[in-house]
Design a protein around this ligand. Structure first.
Ligand code: HAM
Length: 426
């Protein structure tokens, strides 16, 4: 066993899994580019206050999960637990929000949670943040874009969209007061966690997992009774747009999300295939954050998907991606190796769509062929004594039902160009 191990909750993604990650990321990029979104990259470390002010002092993330520390100058810093606050900070700092904007980011986030399947302390999010559009059409675009991504990944059928509106801050605070009064009367029937939350963050009690608390909530006031007209209209139009697009959703009046910055639309994509960590993506509207960070009041809306959970879901559904070379080049001796190296270099330049691996470290043809087979390559290209004399190369198929061929350099190029075309189509 090695002397050092990865920190608890921080996970190595090993080479047999990275092709699936790459496929997931590439599919996301394709969908985002197709919708006109631009990538933004922000630092992993930010001032602690950025997160406490936006996510909320009384949320689990800020209360118990942030990796925070003083730097050598005693400034309080945090590893980012999410990407929305950083994106807003960067957009305000660089004056990017003068016209509507669509941004996305991908990277590691950090939360000190109890690790389990689908829950890590370092995890990865693909996030999207949009600025400048107040209407529900922006929320609809985000949800349709998610559906495109799920469809291209082959997971659309196992995901459910849960939707809610939490109204304006004023409407929510009236609802919060009514809910708190109701729950205080039922204090003894609440689970311990909810009892604690009653004074700090009563809305979070709505998504308590405790059955007894859920039973108490059956008689509780609902957000719908307190919803302001504008939020109601926003919500109705969003539902209308989703209906038009044939995007199915479930209204979940108890969906409140774990971050305090939302207003109006909130949503989560969930699955029943992953056990407790069922939410693969969550988001909503946060129209107050830009002005809170010193920018001109600007409406905003976005979401973030957890990549580990998407990878797990794809693995559960046996969706896989593999990365194998197209050509594996073997050679008989030092002289042939030199020739083969030049040829490998030339092929990689002239046929950039092909994956070309050259065998290093010598050995018999037999052992080199064994390695070629293990690599998963489709073809072996042989530089042996005969080939050195004739100036030709031999190609042996390892997977396809094809014949072995000995080709002149000209014939080789025709073959490689066909192979490249085939690989590109695939
Ligand atoms: P969030 O719901 O906290 O939202 O996180 C989004 C997603 O990140 C979750 O649905 C989940 O898939 C994944 N995730 C969260 N924590 C973990 C963890 N410990 N391990 C593995 N995956 C995890 C946000 O972060 C908001 N910033 C989303 C947003 C963007 N809202 C508006 N714009």
């Amino acid at each position: 066993m090695s002397q050092y191990r990865a920190i608890r909750g921080m996970v190595d993604v090993l080479p047999d899994e990275t092709p699936l990650w790459q496929m997931l990321e590439q599919t996301a990029r394709d969908v985002l580019v197709a919708h006109g979104y631009a990538e933004i990259r922000t630092p992993i470390v930010e001032s602690m206050e950025l997160f406490t002010r936006s996510i909320g002092e009384e949320t689990d993330i800020v209360e118990k999960e942030m990796y925070s520390f003083p730097d050598r100058n005693d400034e309080s810093l945090s590893l980012r637990p999410e990407g929305t606050a950083s994106t807003v900070r960067a957009a305000v700092q660089h004056n990017l929000i003068q016209s509507p904007q669509r941004f996305w980011y991908l990277g590691p986030m950090f939360r000190y949670e109890r690790p389990q399947k689908g829950r890590q302390r370092q995890f990865h999010q693909l996030g999207v943040e949009t600025f400048g559009v107040a209407g529900p059409e922006q929320d609809a675009e985000l949800l349709l874009m998610c559906r495109q991504w799920w469809t291209r990944l082959g997971i659309n059928d196992v995901l459910t969209l849960e939707l809610n509106t939490i109204g304006s801050p004023e409407a929510r605070s009236c609802f919060k007061a009514a809910l708190t009064d109701y729950l205080r009367d039922q204090f003894n029937s609440l689970d311990e966690d909810s009892q604690r939350r009653l004074d700090t963050n009563p809305l979070r009690i709505l998504d308590s997992k405790s059955a007894t608390t859920q039973a108490v909530l059956d008689g509780a006031p609902t957000m719908t009774e307190y919803l302001d007209d504008e939020s109601q209209r926003h919500h109705d139009r969003l539902c209308q747009l989703l209906d038009m697009a044939g995007l199915a959703y479930t209204i979940n009046p108890r969906l409140v999300r774990g971050l305090d910055y939302y207003n109006k639309t909130v949503f989560e994509w969930t699955t029943d295939k992953l056990g407790a960590q069922a939410t693969v993506c969550g988001g909503g509207r946060y129209d107050m954050m830009v002005s809170k960070f010193g920018g001109k009041a600007t409406p905003a809306s976005g979401f973030a998907a957890g990549l580990e959970r998407l990878v797990l879901l794809m693995q559960t559904l046996d969706i896989d991606a593999i990365s194998v070379p197209d050509l594996y080049i073997v050679s008989s001796d030092n002289n042939a190796f030199g020739q083969a190296m030049l040829e490998a270099d030339r092929i990689r330049c002239e046929f950039p769509g092909l994956g070309v691996v050259q065998h290093l470290g010598g050995g018999s043809f037999k052992s080199q062929f064994k390695r070629a087979d293990k690599s998963g390559a489709a073809w072996v290209m042989v530089f042996g004594a005969e080939e050195m004399v004739s100036g030709k190369v031999t190609l042996k198929p390892l997977r396809a039902n094809e014949q072995q061929m000995t080709l002149s350099r000209e014939e080789l190029d025709t073959f490689l160009s066909q192979l490249e075309q085939l690989v590109n189509e695939y």
